[in-house]
Design a protein. Structure first.
Length: 84
């Protein structure tokens, strides 16, 4: 059986699939979320210091690379003293 050119054939549509989102949390996720919330509440003093690309660039230009060593040691010591 053919359909005329101006008419579309009947299409059967199925019900869309059911999507299930599992939002369960484990203790490790909960503890890390609590730890990060506590760190955020503590202020910026508990944030880990990062090496600055621009500081290293200018130290390389002005101190022939020797300043880079002292700057990297300073940032590493700052993080180590705070347990970060």
């Amino acid at each position: 059986m053919t359909t005329p050119p101006d008419q579309h054939p009947d299409q059967t549509y199925r019900q869309p699939p059911t999507i299930i989102i599992n939002n369960t949390t484990t203790t490790s996720t909960t503890t890390s979320a609590a730890a990060s919330a506590a760190a955020f509440a503590g202020g910026a003093s508990l944030r880990r210091r990062r090496q600055s690309l621009w500081a290293h660039f200018w130290l390389l230009m002005f101190t022939a690379g020797i300043g880079n060593f002292f700057y990297a040691a300073h940032v590493s010591r700052w993080n180590r003293d705070r347990g970060l």
